[in-house]
Ligand binder design. Structure first.
Ligand code: ZN
Length: 132
């Protein structure tokens, strides 16, 4: 039996190019990564997983000027962002294709999958109407 906070469903979803987010089985609050205890209601039930659109807003970000992982798929500098998904969960990811001077907290973004010779990657891009 896997622990209730396993990321396996999320990782399996990414392999299928689906973004799966965990939600409390008792109150439905979406939280990511899954918590051993729901931060909203205190339930310790195993979370449910559901596919989400990947639409959200830039909640926070940092610009990295050094590549720490040798097989990393983006050239530096690159943006590591915290995205607040429309369902309320927050997830880390790379924000790609937005000129750094125009990064704006609260701007609309959505999830996409890219594939290169190193594999498939979940990235976030500016929503179409805000793309520059
Ligand atoms: Zn809950």
């Amino acid at each position: 039996m896997s622990p209730r906070y396993s990321l396996t469903p999320h990782l399996e979803g990414l392999a299928r190019h689906e973004l799966l987010i965990s939600a409390c089985a008792a109150c439905g609050s979406q939280q990511f990564p899954p918590k051993a205890v729901c931060t909203r209601c205190g339930s310790m039930q195993r979370p449910r997983w559901s596919r989400v659109s990947g639409d959200g807003r830039l909640w926070s970000y940092s610009v990295f000027h050094k590549t720490y992982l040798t097989d990393f798929h983006l050239p530096s500098p690159y943006v590591v962002a915290v995205i607040e998904l429309d369902n309320g969960a927050r997830i880390y990811g790379n924000l790609v294709g937005v000129p750094m001077p125009s990064l704006r907290i609260g701007q609309r973004v959505h999830a996409e999958f890219t594939t290169d010779d190193q594999g498939s990657h979940l990235i976030f891009v500016a929503a179409d109407k805000e793309r520059t």
